[in-house]
Design a protein around this ligand. Structure first.
Ligand code: HEC
Ligand code: HEC
Ligand code: HEC
Ligand code: HEC
Length: 154
């Protein structure tokens, strides 16, 4: 029994040092795993893409909301969705994009303002794509702050 938890009893110093070293090793392993994790990329026939993408579409210039974290690999591999559920190039109203073709940024075609014609603006393009499917499948985030985490107050 120890009377005073904060006191170092003779012979304990080495033990404390060892525990400290183990704790530091664990923390460093975590940091290393996180660094590796953030760089893990999925190789597809259409090029490389981060397993987990932080979408910060430059088409918005400035985001009002927090950027959205999108697990690309989970959607395209684990959920077995078709690439064409999200990627498209339309010709005469038909999606002609196929796996192996280059992937363009959504904002290459969908602009901040709607148009030309009925073409969705950039925000609606994302929302119509992401939220419509989540609603249809009754799975995946449908509420604003599930995709846009609340920004920390500064
Ligand atoms: C659920 C939607 C979804 C599915 C399914 C999907 N993707 Fe994506 N993909 C995205 C989004 C969103 C981006 C980011 C687009 C952006 O930054 O404008 C992206 C980005 C990419 C990129 C990176 C483009 C770049 O230049 O950074 C590649 C490559 C890619 N996807 C390939 C594929 C392939 C191949 C498949 C099918 C095996 C697939 N994707 C399935 C939504 C999807
Ligand atoms: C090469 C240009 C181009 C790119 C890149 C593009 N779009 Fe589109 N998108 C279009 C066009 C054109 C239409 C209109 C199609 C039609 O005639 O209905 C459209 C329609 C849509 C629609 C409504 C119809 C549908 O297919 O569901 C959504 C939602 C959409 N885009 C989301 C996205 C998202 C999200 C991305 C990025 C992952 C993206 N688009 C990338 C050109 C593009
Ligand atoms: C074609 C259908 C489809 C599209 C398009 C789609 N998702 Fe999903 N998403 C799903 C399904 C299904 C799940 C639920 C997975 C589960 O809970 O097992 C999901 C789950 C998620 C999750 C939760 C991940 C987790 O770890 O639980 C996020 C975040 C997400 N989607 C973001 C997005 C974003 C952002 C987009 C648009 C760029 C998008 N999704 C487009 C089908 C889709
Ligand atoms: C399924 C995920 C999802 C849900 C739910 C969702 N959004 Fe988004 N939203 C996105 C994605 C992806 C983008 C593209 C943002 C980016 O580049 O990070 C976006 C873009 C935006 C933008 C334009 C970019 C900006 O930050 O100025 C606004 C505003 C926005 N969303 C507001 C909302 C609001 C309000 C709700 C609730 C009614 C909502 N969103 C729900 C995924 C989602």
């Amino acid at each position: 029994m120890k009377l005073f938890a904060n006191c170092v009893y003779p012979g304990e110093e080495a033990e404390i040092m060892k525990k400290g070293a183990i704790a530091i090793a664990i923390v460093m392993a975590f940091v290393a795993a996180m660094l590796v994790g953030s760089a893990v990329a999925q190789t597809t026939k259409s090029g490389k893409v981060d397993d987990i993408l932080v979408i910060k579409d430059p088409g918005f210039k400035k985001l009002k909301k927090a950027p959205v974290t999108f697990p690309h690999k989970m959607h395209s591999v684990e959920l077995k969705l078709k690439c064409t559920d999200c990627h498209h190039v339309y010709k005469d109203g038909k999606n002609t994009w196929k796996e192996g073709d280059k992937v363009q940024k959504c904002s290459a075609c969908h602009k901040k303002k709607k148009g030309p014609g009925k073409l969705h603006n950039l925000m609606n393009a994302y929302h119509k794509n992401c939220i419509t499917c989540h609603k249809k499948m009754k799975k995946g985030p449908r509420k604003c702050n599930q995709c846009h985490p609340k920004k920390k107050k500064k």
